[in-house]
Design a protein around this ligand. Structure first.
Ligand SMILES: NC(=O)c1ccc[n+]([C@@H]2O[C@H](COP(=O)([O-])OP(=O)(O)OC[C@H]3O[C@@H](n4cnc5c(N)ncnc54)[C@H](O)[C@@H]3O)[C@@H](O)[C@H]2O)c1
Ligand SMILES: O=c1ccn([C@@H]2O[C@H](COP(=O)(O)OP(=O)(O)O[C@H]3O[C@H](CO)[C@@H](O)[C@H](O)[C@H]3O)[C@@H](O)[C@H]2O)c(=O)[nH]1
Length: 448
């Protein structure tokens, strides 16, 4: 039996996928409402394919949900910790949930077990988890063998099941041969065609996770800065992207400029890595710049709108349609989403916003509960109604081939500000739309 602690994006996906592979899995969460929902067959998050996988696991009797640690710990020999590690004030990762999960295990463990840390955590957390469990066992006066392994998760939201079941690599940070073998067996069904398992010491495994996210975030911020330069010198960032991405040393993936990276990982993990560097007196200057560039980039669409209208003050009284709210397509996750910054910028300058997203409407309503000038619209077309201009923040598939004539007929100022470079100028020109994106078609002040 495997216990998965924390039933969020990582825990639910891991639990459902491991049950699908034939394991008996119990998912535990301290949030009783979440567990009740899951027991009723409802899924608390939007993740393509997850609902049917959870249902299959439950129907097969291989997947259960509980808030009861007593029940879960007594039956398991493998524990996956997949609880949140939110940022502290100073950017460092808050380990409260991880250490409380460790304590809950130590208070109940009765047989030899592997404790697997899947949460993203700073170097030395495996040692801290081990110390907490050892301390609780000692307090109980029992001697139970256990081993702590770092096994960071690399899934992307929106493609989480595919990423979990077809991983590029499986990192196992372990200094114990028995625990490494248990992990190899756990992942054996995902590791048949080619050996993707990389075993290393726990510290290196913990750092690998931050290094991966930091490298990807760096590529994005680099491209976003180059996009500004492209606009200034009259180059086309999309051509530059293809030009450099065709070099296999660079590669085409994760090279898309846009209106900033968001989500629950890149921003938080970049800050946590910077903090880790500071704590060890190793300033991570590149990451500081990456983070700073991204913070600014989230204002890029607002700045373009302001330039178009002849100044920020001119946005007072304008109505801007907004397509896409989630931090990326195929998720309802609004954590650190660039749309939040754009909405705040627009509302604080007196504009009205008419927004639509295929999945994140409920979340947005909760976040902006008091924003009277934000209207959440039932469709992309409805968001255009009575609007002056359109801004696009998230590249959902349904925005890829819109009816440009309809957009032109509805927008008073016939201008589109695309934060994800989805369209071609030739097409928008034909419809009579002014089109501005990131690094290709610089904004020009509107003709009056
Ligand atoms: N979301 C992603 O795409 C992703 C990908 C890779 C790694 N990670 C990392 O994985 C970790 C989890 O991320 P997430 O997005 O799944 O978080 P999440 O916030 O969606 O879910 C975490 C869950 O843990 C529960 N929890 C907290 N303390 C608990 C405890 N003591 N016992 C049982 N349950 C508890 C919470 O109620 C919550 O449901 C983080 O460290 C994150 O950085 C996330
Ligand atoms: O070329 C690109 C690629 C992504 N983004 C943006 O970057 C953010 C993050 O996107 P993505 O990485 O696809 O989503 P996450 O679900 O946050 O996944 C990242 O964070 C997870 C949590 O740590 C890791 O497990 C994944 O490997 C890592 O990709 C989003 O706002 C995207 O719009 C860009 O701007 N340009």
């Amino acid at each position: 039996m495997i216990t998965v602690i924390g039933s969020g994006y990582v825990g639910l996906v891991a639990g459902a996928c491991l049950a699908e592979l034939g394991n008996d899995v119990v998912c535990i969460d301290t949030d009783a409402a979440k567990i009740d929902m899951l027991r009723r067959g409802e899924v608390p998050i939007f993740e393509p394919g997850l609902e049917s996988l959870l249902r299959r696991g439950q129907e097969a009797g291989r997947l259960e949900f509980t808030t009861d640690y007593d029940l879960a710990v007594s039956r398991s020999t493998i524990f996956l910790i997949a609880v949140g590690t939110p940022p502290e004030e100073d950017g460092s990762a808050d380990l409260r949930h991880v250490l409380s999960a460790a304590a809950a295990i130590g208070e109940r463990l009765t047989r030899k077990a592997v404790i697997v840390n899947k949460s993203t955590v700073p170097v030395e957390t495996a040692a801290k988890v081990e110390a907490v469990i050892a301390e609780r066992l000692q307090a109980r006066g029992v001697d139970v063998e256990f081993s702590v392994v770092s096994n960071p998760e690399f899934l992307k939201e929106g493609a989480a099941i595919e990423d979990f079941t077809r991983p590029d690599r499986i990192i196992i940070g372990s200094s114990d041969a028995w625990a490494t073998e248990v992990m190899r067996n756990l992942y054996a069904p995902l590791n048949r065609r080619q050996d993707k398992i990389i075993v290393m010491d726990p510290r290196s495994a913990e750092l690998t996770k931050y290094a991966a996210n930091a490298m990807l975030a760096t590529r994005i911020s680099f491209m976003n800065e180059l996009a500004h330069l492209s606009e200034a010198v009259g180059a086309d960032i999309e051509a530059v992207r293809r030009g450099i991405g065709s070099d296999p040393r660079i590669g085409l993936r994760f090279l898309y400029p846009g209106c900033g990276y968001g989500g629950s990982c890149f921003p938080k993990d970049a800050r946590a890595l910077i903090r880790m560097g500071a704590e060890h007196k190793v300033p991570l200057r590149v990451m500081q710049a990456v983070e700073e560039a991204n913070r600014r980039q989230k204002h890029a669409l607002f700045e373009k709108l302001a330039t178009f209208y002849g100044g920020e003050r001119e946005l007072d009284g304008k109505t801007i349609a907004l397509w896409g709210l989630s931090f990326k397509p195929d998720t309802d996750d609004m954590r650190e989403a660039p749309s939040r910054v754009l909405i705040e910028d627009l509302l604080s300058h007196g504009a009205q916003v008419r927004a639509y997203d295929p999945a994140a409407m409920k979340q947005t309503r909760q976040i902006f509960a008091d924003a009277s000038r934000l209207t959440l619209c039932p469709s992309a077309a409805d968001a255009l109604e009575g609007s002056d201009a359109l801004a696009i923040v998230t590249e959902w598939r349904e925005f890829r081939s819109p009816d440009f004539d309809e957009i032109a007929s509805r927008l008073k100022d016939k201008a589109v500000f695309d934060g994800r470079n989805m369209y071609e100028r030739s097409v928008t020109d034909t419809a009579g739309l002014a089109y501005f994106d990131i690094g290709r078609n610089p904004v020009e002040p509107r003709e009056r």
